[in-house]
Design a protein around this ligand. Structure first.
Ligand code: NAD
Ligand code: TYD
Length: 350
């Protein structure tokens, strides 16, 4: 069956990899990318597909219910892959309401539109892309599984948890065919330099301080973004409707160990003396409510659909660093304008 897939947030970090993958892999599907182009959205991420016949970009906000209605009417949307979101925990601590509007109200707007158009027909899918942060914080041991109770602790994760609940509620109450996936921390090309890895790559290039929160002994489970996009493709096509899948890299790192590895790799790439970038490490005030550890058990996805990460962390980091070193214009563009102002407002001169 021919599909007309609405991808929201397709100009952002993960969304751009999903759009690039789907447009090229499925020439028979029409891919409609709807994105408000906030600070995190960037059409440069889509240069490789912008001229393809099966691709169309629409600059719009998921809060605009009427626009969503027009898009569903005009393009006869058969499926939605929903990635549009406010995605940074630090920003959510500063401005929680932005997260309520986009992540919760925006998601419900989209669900309402799908409900109006789809009439409970089974051959549709509303695929909601979510995060492992909805499960809260782990101690030293254990993993998040699909049945781990929700326990969000930041405004970001609370808003994503709420949107997940609405997606489930629309499935149970109105019969909308849905799937949710909860993924661990991503890294890779096109990542806006406010999250740990791209921020630190940019700061190392510029020989600026590397602000490590607290004692740096917080653990995250890192996944290369193209492996996340491949998992989304697999789940979109073969996943159980009404279900949920955890996606993770089986790749846990304490922040401080990851930062030291990044410093070593960057010194080699930049031809700097060993140990030079590590001198940039600066311990700063901790993030309020900082989750101690995230770790995903992705065995359901592996057993049911055969997915596993395609690159090791070393390979993925190597590709990522090379991408940033080869795309300094991209970095300059996204860090011009409001970027410096935002950082000094948010963090002061650290
Ligand atoms: P991102 O911040 O890089 O991109 C978000 C995109 O959504 C941007 O292009 C932005 O312009 C767009 N957008 C924001 N508000 C919008 C609105 N109101 N209407 C329309 N478009 C809007 O985010 P990302 O890191 O690519 O994350 C994508 C999705 O994946 C999010 O739902 C996030 O919660 C989830 N996720 C992210 C990670 C991660 O490590 N980055 C991990 C797991 C899940
Ligand atoms: P981040 O990339 O913001 O992702 P998330 O909070 O969604 O996991 O942060 C990853 C980890 O790095 C997290 O433990 C917070 C820490 N961190 C720093 O120590 N310094 C920083 O400047 C940033 C942005 C994050």
């Amino acid at each position: 069956m021919k599909k007309n897939i609405l991808i929201t947030g397709g100009a952002g970090f993960i969304g751009s990899h999903v759009v690039n993958l789907f447009v090229k892999k499925y020439p028979d599907y029409k891919i409609i990318n709807l994105d408000a182009l906030t600070y995190a959205g960037n059409l440069e991420n889509l240069k490789g597909v912008e001229k393809h016949n099966n691709y169309e970009f629409i600059k719009a906000n998921i809060l605009e219910a009427e626009v969503l209605h027009q898009v569903f009417t005009k393009h006869q949307i058969t499926d939605v892959i929903h990635l549009a979101a406010e995605s940074h925990v630090d920003r959510s601590i500063h401005s929680p309401l932005d997260f309520v509007y986009t992540n919760i109200v925006g998601t419900v707007n989209l669900l309402n539109t799908a409900k109006q158009f789809w009439n409970q027909e089974e051959d549709h899918l509303f695929y909601h892309v979510s995060t492992d942060e909805v499960f809260g914080s782990l101690g030293e041991a254990g993993y998040f599984t699909e049945t781990t109770p929700y326990d969000p602790r930041s405004p970001y994760s609370a808003s994503k948890a709420s949107s997940d609940h609405f997606v489930r509620a629309y499935h149970e109450t109105y019969g909308i065919p849905t799937i949710i996936s909860n993924c661990s921390n991503n890294y890779g090309p096109n990542h806006f330099p406010e999250k740990l890895i791209p921020l630190f790559i940019n700061n190392i290039i510029q020989e600026k301080p590397l602000p490590v929160y607290g004692d740096g002994n917080y653990t995250r489970d890192w996944l290369f973004v193209k492996d996340h996009a491949a998992a989304i493709d697999l789940i979109f096509n073969k996943g159980q409707k009404g279900g949920a899948y955890n996606i993770g890299g089986f790749n846990e790192w304490k922040n401080i160990d990851l930062v030291k590895l990044l410093c070593r790799l960057m010194d080699q790439k930049l031809g700097r003396p060993a140990g030079q970038s590590e001198t940039l490490i600066t311990y700063v005030k901790d993030r309020p409510g900082h989750d101690k550890r995230y770790a995903i058990d992705a065995s359901k996805l592996n057993k049911e659909l055969g997915w596993k990460p395609s690159v090791t962390f070393e390979e993925g980091l190597d590709q990522t660093i090379d991408w940033y070193l080869n795309n300094t214009q991209w970095l300059d563009n996204v860090t011009s304008g409001q970027y410096q102002q935002y950082y000094s407002n948010m963090y002061g001169n650290r």
